[in-house]
Design a protein around this ligand. Structure first.
Ligand code: MG
Length: 364
């Protein structure tokens, strides 16, 4: 089988409400749809998902201007070899590589008439525990929002913090009082604290509210600072921005920085390198979760197939990016049951493109 054509189409899909974290505010996602055609009539789809710098629009240029021509003519079953080719052509740009990677897995799964999770070792669970994030804002309103999520079945709630210690504590206190003691609460500082001592002080102030974990308290490069925090608080520390790639995961382990990895299919460069982070974590006895940009339907499906197949998925995951958007660019609907995601249907990623929606949201 040979690749005959690769395209990336940027789309801007609105969100029903403003989402704010210490990284900034978002009212829409700028992602891109990747399509790979083959000489056997099988087409694979992928998604570029990124909130960082150039977003899906910029990453789409990496595919349309560079990778498309370079990868045309290659065998889409040679996923590892294509990753090697992409890495030698293009420094970083992991979300673009992930868009290609997802489409390759989709082609292989469709060709073999099997879901992608069967290409990753097969299912190790029948449903995936979900987490739902809360935008920053008025603490009482956030608490009410969290209580509503619990009514919908969510069992793990993530509060975005890291801007102001007083309002962070007010938010976590309001959420805890409105969701009760049986719901799991985690917090994500998104690199918002300036140094390890500030982080330790703020985490200790939040520990009475019983946190599952604290995500990325410091800048991604401060692995020693993360190690200091880990030594001085009881709550597990999870790396997000510090662990994009398998090499990042290794650096975190060497520095003893964190207890948990938050793995992103898009930031790792795809399902293939993402699964390597899980393997590295497993060898180091570090559980992983899967994080979200948030993705639309294609990217969510890619995360889901990984989530169903990885043994050391250890906590609730953000495999529900579609719920943060007002609409989607696929025809299928994912099933969430009692706060868990059910398997997407195969073969491949199990999604089909809605051409009308892509045209409606295409960035012109
Ligand atoms: Mg995060």
């Amino acid at each position: 089988m040979k690749i005959t054509k690769i395209t990336a189409t940027p789309v801007r899909v609105p969100r029903p409400q403003l989402f704010m974290s210490s990284l900034g505010k978002n009212l829409a996602s700028e992602n891109a749809v990747v399509e790979i055609d083959t000489d056997q009539g099988v087409t694979g789809v992928g998604e570029i998902c990124s909130i960082w710098d150039r977003k899906g629009r910029g990453d789409a240029e990496d595919i349309n201007d560079l990778l498309a021509e370079a990868l045309t003519g290659r065998d889409p079953f040679r996923i590892a070899e294509i990753h090697g080719a992409m890495d030698s052509l293009l420094h970083r740009s992991y979300p673009a590589k992930a868009g290609i990677d997802m489409a390759l897995y989709d082609i292989v799964g469709k060709s073999l008439k099997t879901p992608v999770y069967n290409l990753l070792g097969g299912m190790v669970r029948d449903r995936v525990l979900l987490s739902h994030s809360l935008s920053m804002g008025d603490p009482e309103e956030i608490g009410d929002y969290a209580a509503n999520l619990v009514k919908q079945g969510y069992k793990t709630i993530k509060a975005k913090i890291g801007m102001d210690a007083e309002s962070d504590e007010a938010t976590v206190a309001a959420v805890r009082s409105k969701v009760g003691d049986d719901i799991t609460i985690r917090v994500d500082a998104n690199m918002g604290w300036k140094n390890p001592k500030e982080a330790v002080r703020n985490i200790k102030a939040l520990e009475p509210y019983n946190l599952e974990l604290v995500e990325q308290p410091l800048h991604y490069s401060d692995l020693e600072g993360l190690h200091h925090i880990r030594e001085h608080v009881d709550t597990p520390i999870m790396a997000d921005e510090s662990v994009w790639t398998p090499s990042d995961a290794m650096a975190c382990i060497k520095a003893g920085s964190v207890d948990i990895f938050n793995v992103y299919v898009s930031e790792a460069g795809g399902i293939f390198p993402g699964s390597k982070i899980f393997a590295i974590g497993e060898a180091a006895r570090i559980p992983c979760i899967i994080g979200s940009m948030p993705e639309l339907g294609i990217g969510t499906s890619a995360q889901a197939h990984l989530a169903f197949a990885m043994q050391n998925l250890g906590y609730g995951s953000d495999v529900n990016g579609f719920v943060y958007h007002s609409d989607d660019i696929i025809n299928e609907k994912f099933s969430i049951e009692d706060g868990h995601l059910l398997p997407p249907p195969g073969p491949g990623l199990g999604v089909t493109l809605n051409r009308d929606k892509i045209e409606q949201y295409r960035i012109k």
